[in-house]
Write a protein that binds this ligand. Structure first.
Ligand SMILES: [Zn+2]
Length: 332
């Protein structure tokens, strides 16, 4: 079978079709660096974002180990998304990857360092608790069309969902419906916290300007009464770097403890930010991570969210894998 025949075969799969976005893959113009304290370990780490060739995609470079920002290496871990490979672990990747996906940095080497050369664990700095600092760094570095080793540009592909996919647990769900464009609708429900209550956020036409203005500035939030065991969490190596400067905190009886909010529905928008970071792990070879679909999520954060989302991604990946397997066979 010819390559184009194989590609047609690939595109005609029942569940997922890869189509061009009509755009070329991008990368950064130059390197940009940010340092800061990590949310969970409390340690300082440094991230350098480097330009990368078209078709390579996004990956972490930790002590010369390459860890692709891919669902293949994603692990369940409490309160953050983690990548693991060959004993090395990179935690709290979701805000940085959300910014790269949202701003269209399709190919990027993410060099990350911590101060302890013995430590196999590293964590992305939390900065202000949103993705704004990453967006500003990306804008500072600038974006350009990426080329491969031969100097050729590459089309940016995206997975279109052909059939509804969903998973649910109790009253929470994640679903993806066929749609000509990326849409995200996210609902959260905190009836016990009146200042948050029930919120829905729907993304309008999804592009980097919408992402940087409407989604990236929203910060991590937490419920004051639910973090009364801060000491316990810190003993478990969690939220050692957490504070009022990188999270908005809401009390059941007092409302927001460190206003003002950047958006009235900032908590809900932040969940969209995290979701984009997690879905970015679906990217391959510089493709778009976000599937072209209407993605509808409700209350997923009341569950071990990462575990929930990872199983959703794995479900998508399974569908994709079966397609890739067929493609491989068709081409051999
Ligand atoms: Zn987050």
């Amino acid at each position: 079978m010819t390559l184009s025949g194989a590609l047609n075969f690939f595109k005609s799969s029942k569940f997922i079709s890869w189509k061009s976005t009509g755009r070329l893959q991008q990368t950064l113009v130059r390197c940009v660096e940010l340092s800061g304290k990590a949310l969970h370990s409390g340690e300082v780490s440094t991230v350098k974002l480097w330009p990368e060739l078209a078709g390579v995609g996004r990956y972490f470079d930790f002590r010369s180990n390459r860890i692709p920002a891919s669902i293949d290496y994603a692990n369940e871990s409490p309160l953050c998304t983690t990548l693991c490979k060959d004993g090395f672990r990179i935690r709290t990747i979701e805000h940085l990857l959300s910014a790269l996906e949202g701003m269209g940095v399709d190919n990027c080497r993410i060099e990350i360092e911590n101060s302890d050369p013995e430590d196999l664990d590293v964590e992305v700095p939390i900065l202000g608790g949103s993705a704004s600092e990453w967006v500003e760094a990306i804008e500072q570095a600038g974006l350009k069309v990426a080329t491969d080793q031969g100097g050729n540009t590459c089309e940016k592909m995206a997975a279109h969902v052909n059939e509804p996919v969903h998973i649910w647990r109790n009253d929470s769900f994640v679903a993806a419906f066929p749609s000509p464009e990326v849409f995200i609708s996210y609902g959260i429900g905190f009836p016990q916290v009146p200042a948050i209550g029930c919120q829905w956020f729907s993304s309008a036409h999804f592009d980097s300007s919408h992402y940087s203005k409407q989604i990236a500035p929203s910060r991590t939030f937490c419920i004051y009464e639910e973090v009364d065991s801060v000491e316990n969490m810190r003993n478990m190596g969690l939220i050692k770097g957490g504070g009022l400067e990188n999270a908005i905190v809401c009390s059941v009886s007092e409302g927001w403890l460190n206003p003002p909010l950047r958006f009235q529905d900032e908590p809900c928008r932040h969940k969209v930010l995290d979701l984009i970071g997690d879905l970015s792990l679906f990217a391959r070879f510089g493709s778009q991570g976000l599937p072209v679909a209407h993605i509808v999520v409700y209350k997923a954060l009341t569950l071990p969210f990462e575990c929930f989302l990872v199983s959703f991604l794995l479900e998508l990946k399974m569908l994709q894998c079966s397609v890739l397997e067929l493609l491989r066979k068709a081409m051999s």
